[in-house]
Design a protein around this ligand. Structure first.
Ligand SMILES: *Cc1c(COP(=O)(O)O)cnc(C)c1O
Length: 350
């Protein structure tokens, strides 16, 4: 039976602006962002630049555009970039790095979306007139397909130091960087500080409707603006959207800890059910992957059965035929988690 309230654990992108955020969005004065006349856009960019330890930032319509513009500014066609093989850049951006920046993407292995300094070192191409030049390394904090894993600071510093020794540019896909900061107690700057560019997504756990903010040096942001214009990402009175970001930074960061608690509660509840097992031992942040092979059913079948009970999760596809992903966010309460566990219990029992 459908409840009128869906429990939507498909992704934290399903989070919707709260009443307070909506009120704030509608209350602001706006201007033309392309003319630097929108004060909320300017304020948001300054705040994110500070948060990430950078000189400047640019507001973009999506996190994907943050990645793609960064790669195009940093690299030349024919260059190679190194990412984890499960990175969003590699598996979820429609070949954008090849199409837009002309770069080759090399995916390396590592546990839960995280690779170490030695792995990076062995993937860097030697200098040769026959070889593409390794130009950049990108890390994803947190690692989405690694189950929201938080890169340990020491591992990240190792990667930074190998990259610096080899003269590589460092980029951070920080779609969920604030989840990592809240989970670890470190600051966003502790992680992003050494990187040449880094960005935050406003439309994930922060609960904004759209957008990402890409930060770097002033010169980098100047070039990023050129591509924002060229690729049609330059907006006008985008201050309504930037205001959502400002509101999120004021009100929705500390509360990410609730999402992490809820993810752990969900993981604990479902791990106790017959035929279900967690893909990763630890739940670092707000993402739970689990395997349903033990039920003798496919992820798709379980996801469809959940949907009939008003619970939405993502299954199959990119994750594999028997894997399901559930992501907590500000639109999911502890009571919703209990509903989701009860729905799974019914499904695996029947
Ligand atoms: C969601 C996501 C992106 C893309 O962000 P959009 O705002 O959806 O374009 C990039 N990287 C990671 C790790 C993500 O989870």
């Amino acid at each position: 039976m459908h409840r009128n309230h869906l429990v939507d654990l498909f992704s934290d992108t399903k989070s919707k602006p709260t009443p307070g955020m909506r009120r704030f969005m509608m209350s602001v004065e706006v201007g033309d962002e392309q003319k630097d006349e929108d004060q909320n856009v300017l304020d948001l960019c300054e705040r994110v630049a500070d948060l990430l330890g950078k000189e400047a930032a640019v507001f973009l319509p999506s996190g994907t555009m943050c990645n793609e513009i960064a790669l195009a500014v940093h690299c030349r066609p024919g260059d190679e970039i190194i990412v984890h093989e499960s990175a969003h850049i590699m598996v979820s951006e429609t070949g954008g790095p090849a199409a837009l920046a002309g770069v080759m993407v090399r995916g390396v292995q590592g546990t839960r979306g995280i690779f170490d300094g030695a792995t990076l070192r062995s993937a860097i191409r030697p200098e040769s007139r026959y070889l593409q030049q390794t130009r950049l390394v990108s890390v994803e904090q947190t690692a989405n397909l690694g189950g929201g894993a938080v890169w340990p600071l020491a591992t990240m510093q190792e990667v930074v130091s190998v990259a610096r020794d080899a003269g590589l540019i460092l980029h951070m896909d920080g779609a969920r960087l604030l989840n990592a900061a809240v989970a670890s107690g470190l600051s966003a700057k502790d992680y992003a500080g050494p990187f040449d560019s880094a960005w935050l997504d406003l439309s994930k756990g922060l609960g904004g409707p759209v957008g990402g903010v890409l930060a770097g040096t002033r010169a980098f942001i100047h070039e990023a603006w050129r591509l924002k214009q060229r690729w049609g990402g330059a907006m006008r009175q985008s201050g309504f959207l930037a205001a959502a970001g400002i509101y999120a930074l004021d009100h929705h960061v500390e509360r990410l800890a609730e999402d992490h608690d809820n993810a752990r509660a969900l993981a604990k509840g479902l791990a106790a059910l017959p035929g279900l097992c967690l893909t990763y031992d630890a739940i670092d942040t707000n993402i739970v992957f689990f395997d349903v092979a033990g039920t003798g059913r496919t992820a798709e079948a379980i996801v469809n059965a959940l949907k009939d009970k008003g619970v939405i999760m993502g299954g199959g596809g990119l994750f594999g035929p028997t894997t399901i992903r559930a992501v907590t966010h500000l639109g999911v309460s502890r009571a919703d988690i209990d509903v989701a566990i009860a729905a799974l219990r019914d499904i695996v029992a029947g």
